[in-house]
Design a protein around this ligand. Sequence first.
Ligand code: GRG
Length: 291
Amino acid sequence: MQSALEKYKTIFAEQLEDYFKNNPCDIQPIFKALRYGIENGGKRIRPALCYLASEFCNKDTEFVASIAVGIEMIHSYSLVHDDLPCMDDDSLRRGKPTSHIVFGEGMAVLSGDALLNMAFEAMLGDKNFDSNALQAIRYIAKNSGINGMIGGQCIDLANEDKSNYSLDEILKLNRLKTSCLLKSALVGSMIKCGGNAEEIKDMENFANKLGEIFQIVDDILDKTSTKEVLGKEINQDSANGKKTVVDILGIEKSIEYASKLESSAIADIEKHGKRSEKLIALCKYLSRRLN
Ligand code: GRG
């Protein structure tokens, strides 16, 4: 899976570079700040999910290029805004100073806003735009909005008193904050590729669980890894007084919980046979990721 992800990362870098080449902006420093927010590294997991969904539907990576670019722009804006002093107040992201440290708070806010607008400009400008593309974009907008990622961030922002939230509430937060964007990548791409209703349902179930696993692993790494490996400050949840699944279950039980989710996610998708093999490999890879 590691080599497949490297290949997808290169494909994405080319698609993103193409987009910027064809859609330049001469207003600085905003364009510089916007590009810094998305070009400062990143594992590019969400574009990889878009490509895996397109391969699942027998389409190529080019067919979902605008969705991959759009989703990674949404993801990057969310990180730029999440790092701001009024949210998580982080100074390190992807091993580099965060946007507001480099460009100042005002420009970081604007560059996040600009990335979000550009995401929709990119997706709506798809060269094969049709009714499937429109439906996909609507799905992505919904899942990154108040009933999705922003809703999750809202619950997270209110999660300052560690004694406050139950396990169920934290799980809901994780589904909104993290699963919804992974789901946007997988299911949004699948809708664009013309996937049928049954496949879409299975992919939604798979993506919800994949997002939960991704977040639990993130929370475990926050407690067990290093700043050098993660490229961001560690123990940030405790520093911000936030409660995670790991605070409630402990590390061992969190690993057990994630492992059950992994089996269940695989069961959602494996009936599609060979077409699901890479998705299953990715799920296993993300469950064991170290950064
Ligand atoms: C500010 C609207 C708004 C939303 C922010 C995404 C998010 C919501 C907050 C960022 C912090 C966080 C823990 C998000 C959960 C999802 C997650 C683990 C993001 C990090 O994704 P990676 O590891 O990042 O794929 P890279 O840097 O590799 O792209």
